[in-house]
Design a protein around this ligand. Sequence first.
Ligand SMILES: [Zn+2]
Length: 299
Amino acid sequence: MPELPDLTIVAEALYASLAGRSIAKAETLAPLAVRGTPAELAALVGQRVDRIARRGKFLVLHLERDQVVFNPMLTGRFQLAAPKEKLPPKTALVLGFGGRTSGRGGRPSGGPADAARWTRGAAWMPADDASVEVRYRDPTQMGKVYLVPAGVDRPVPGFGEGEQGPDADDPALTLEAWRDRIRRHPGELKNLLRNQAFVAGIGNAYSDEILHAARLLPFRKRSSLAPEEVDALYEATRTTLADAIEVLRERVPPTFEKQVRDFLAVHDKGGQPCPRCRTKITEIKPGGFITSYCRGCQR
Ligand SMILES: [Zn+2]
């Protein structure tokens, strides 16, 4: 499941690649995955990309007039490709983009000045005068794409104001704000971290990683934490996500549809030695979702 670090990379790469380009083609191959009418899809053509951003576990394409909100759920993935490249199986939506031009005079404008630094001059970046496609594919078709035309009040479940807390890496989420928010949630720590209303962007994999970094067991109750453990959980959340983003910037491009998880410390590493204390990592699967932790160094 794409989580905050995965989608941050995709958002940064797509923004750097597509800002200033206009949609030349919008085509759905799996209409059930797209919430919106054929007319709304067709109306995307001609609109220029203003911004592409991640919010929680959603990716939002801000066009000059409308928005497209992606909720990839478990298996939704994004591919950046030249139009001539073979379409991957289970592609649900193809958005084609023309060359990059400035709003005035149609001259090539280069990438956006506020693109993430790691994307500058990257070899995978499509040339400004080349056409490029974003293919959204989803083998399980559990994810959804929401077309949100200006002036249309289309609900996007889980995305609305009040449904998501601050992003887990939001600079406004200070230690003080964290201490305040966490007081409302007495339950188990793994569920707490995955609760998008507490903080947004963390799922099954990174909750395991954060808890290992904080040396806390996934089934500990928040109500049992000492104040310094609450603070340690905050610190672990920030560093785990930031470190993962750094790794993924190196490892993911140019195949943005690839989910890189092999560098994680405990998640899905059941039976292997803990990188901190060498105890064999415990893995259980409540409800079919893997939870991995170390009995040796998590309390
Ligand atoms: Zn350990």
